[in-house]
Design a protein around this ligand. Structure first.
Ligand SMILES: NC(=O)c1ccc[n+]([C@@H]2O[C@H](COP(=O)([O-])OP(=O)(O)OC[C@H]3O[C@@H](n4cnc5c(N)ncnc54)[C@H](OP(=O)(O)O)[C@@H]3O)[C@@H](O)[C@H]2O)c1
Length: 334
């Protein structure tokens, strides 16, 4: 009999990094597709910073994962059994599938992907949800104009790497912020940003002023905390700040300090706007078309950080996101 290894959430997390005891790992019989259903054999599970929030029951943009349910996750794999005429055995697909080896679906939220165009794992990365986030967050919320300066935090990561490359394609001066010399070198030499500042090297304010001498018009925010406070003081009049994420606070054990320099939002007439990628669900085909064309033309480079260990490695691999342990889109190989 085919076995399905599953990871279920059984407790709400305490503040701090995610711990193994909040999950239950078990072997179950692999589910058999009923009428109109198909079964996905999962090959890659996407690790997303938002997962930490999905585990808690605080008010948010989606319902929390229920206790006892399979942990929610974007994933990609191939169909290995099907009673659905639109999804055939052998089709490659991605969608919100869960931390498990096999999943049933009748097609809702599952998208077919082309593994000739890009490897399977990339469809949960730069060509999937993180890519859509970058595309809509930068273009619809950040509204960059040619010649403006765009600063991107978590610049070497899944979302940030795409944001910076799109900003370059739109004719902006593009400056990344990343942790460590190796990530900064990658951001400039391989992704083509104009500059990258290592926030771990000290004096972020001076380094950023040198890299963005005309001030900052768009700050694509993924981190929060001290980085946001430093950037705020360098924002130009009528600057835009798409707030995509605040990862420095996701595992905070004490209530984080609010932005100290919020006054600048007033004096510089800034627009700060939160964004959730789901708000653009009806425009995903547009993002796929644009991202796909840039990728095919070699104008959009992507890097995946693929970890082994299977379903049981989920908690430890997830925590790499919150400790700067990943380098590129973090994916767990099943
Ligand atoms: N709003 C939405 O719809 C949406 C959708 C997808 C993602 N997001 C958000 O986008 C952000 C990036 O997500 P991703 O999937 O692309 O992850 P990622 O950038 O590939 O990985 C996370 C990175 O965050 C940085 N980081 C972690 N803790 C930090 C800290 N305390 N201070 C500064 N940097 C820190 C690390 O990079 P360094 O090594 O450079 O520090 C780490 O590699 C997250 O905030 C996420 O929640 C939002």
């Amino acid at each position: 009999m085919l076995t399905n290894r599953v990871c279920k959430l059984i407790k709400r997390p305490s503040p701090g990094l995610v711990t193994r005891d909040i999950f239950e790992f078990s072997d179950e019989p692999a589910p058999e597709p009923g009428p109109n259903q198909f079964r996905i054999k999962i090959e890659y599970i996407s690790l997303d910073p938002a997962m930490r929030g999905w585990m808690t029951d605080a008010k948010s943009y989606v319902e929390p994962v229920e206790l006892g349910a399979v942990m929610r996750a974007y994933a990609a794999g191939h169909i290995d059994a099907s009673n659905n005429p639109d999804f055939k055995v052998g089709d490659a697909v991605q969608g919100v599938i869960g931390v498990q080896q096999y999943a049933l679906s009748s097609g809702k939220g599952i998208v077919k992907v082309d593994t000739k165009q890009a490897p399977l794992e990339r469809w949960v990365g730069g060509l999937g949800m993180p890519g859509w986030t970058a595309y809509f967050g930068l273009l619809d919320v950040g509204k960059p104009l040619p010649g403006e300066t765009v600063v991107v935090s978590a610049a070497s990561g899944a979302v940030g790497s795409v944001v910076g490359q799109i900003a370059k394609l739109k004719g902006c001066r593009t400056v990344g912020i990343a942790g460590g010399p190796e990530k900064c070198r990658y951001v400039v030499e391989e992704l083509g940003f104009d500059a990258c500042v290592d926030y771990k090297a000290g004096d972020l304010d001076a380094a950023l002023r040198a890299a963005a001498p005309k001030g900052i018009d768009v700050y694509f925010e993924s981190v929060g905390g001290e980085i946001l406070d430093t950037v705020l003081l360098q924002m130009n009049l009528f600057g835009r700040i798409p707030v995509c994420g605040l990862i420095s606070a996701y595992n905070a054990t004490t209530v984080p300090d609010g932005p100290k320099n919020l006054r600048v939002v007033l004096t510089q007439r800034l627009t700060m706007r939160g964004l959730i990628v789901f708000d653009w669900a009806d425009r995903v085909p547009e993002a796929n078309r644009e991202l796909g064309a840039w990728h095919k033309a070699g104008k959009l480079r992507m890097r995946e950080d693929i970890r082994s260990g299977g379903i049981d490695a989920y908690p430890e691999v997830l925590n790499l996101l919150y400790t700067s342990g990943n380098f590129g889109k973090l994916v767990l190989k099943v």
